[in-house]
Ligand binder design. Structure first.
Ligand code: SIN
Ligand code: FE2
Length: 211
């Protein structure tokens, strides 16, 4: 069943996991302007998976560490392998939003050092996975949705658990940590549409404490 809750409402997904309805909406123009500068310096690319496929989600990073996938596996790297340069610095507007959202969900003192930027176009999906490459699993994940809506798959601590389907709209923020930190999650194939601010795209900013 797809749940179409009032998107401005908060929703507790599990102990340690919360959807903050439209929490980022008032910051959206600052976030998108900063995002444009990051993408100009570190372009969106389709990374290679360890088994040789190409990810359908386009990605880049900002912050001290960036999440990277290639033939050797997944890792955090201080440099963009495409340019050899450090990833663009994390804008203050990004870090502030992540800290405020984490606190609102019960995780005070979260200071991200990594932000993975995911870009989805029509039909792009992200299969169920855990975020498990971070050194400090005591810190939560803060995930910000911008642009087109998507169906978030919220599973359990085991891959086999059937995921709940939660609609995410522009400005929604999902925070998961503590007992929910290793929850399997993903994104259903994106439906083609047109968003006033991002056109045919959905962006997701995922803030982590990686180092
Ligand atoms: C992710 O799991 O890295 C991204 C989730 C999303 O796009 O909302
Ligand atoms: Fe993830």
């Amino acid at each position: 069943m797809t749940l179409f809750e009032d998107p401005a409402q908060d929703l507790a997904l599990a102990p340690g996991a919360m959807l903050l309805g439209r929490f980022a909406e008032t910051a959206d123009s600052a976030l998108l302007a900063a995002l444009g500068r990051i993408i100009a310096a570190a372009p969106i690319r389709h990374m290679m998976t360890p088994n040789g496929g190409q990810m359908s989600v386009g990605m880049t990073n900002c912050g001290a560490a960036g999440w990277v996938s290639d033939r050797t596996g997944y890792r955090y790297d201080g440099r963009d392998p495409e340019t050899g340069r450090p990833w663009p610095a994390m804008p203050q507007s990004f870090a502030d939003l992540a800290t405020r959202a984490a606190a609102a969900a019960g995780f005070a003192g979260f200071v991200p050092d990594a932000c993975l930027i995911n870009r989805y176009t029509a039909a792009t999906r992200l299969s169920l996975h855990q975020d498990r490459n971070e050194r400090d699993l005591g810190a939560p994940i803060v995930s910000v949705s911008l642009g087109l809506p998507a169906v978030f798959l919220w599973g359990g601590l085991r891959r086999a658990q059937r995921p709940r389907r939660v609609r995410l709209v522009h400005g929604d923020v999902v925070v998961w940590g503590g007992p929910a930190r290793m929850t399997f999650h993903g994104i259903d194939p994106l439906r083609a549409a047109d968003h006033a601010l991002t056109g045919p795209l959905r962006y997701n900013l995922t803030f982590r404490r990686a180092l």
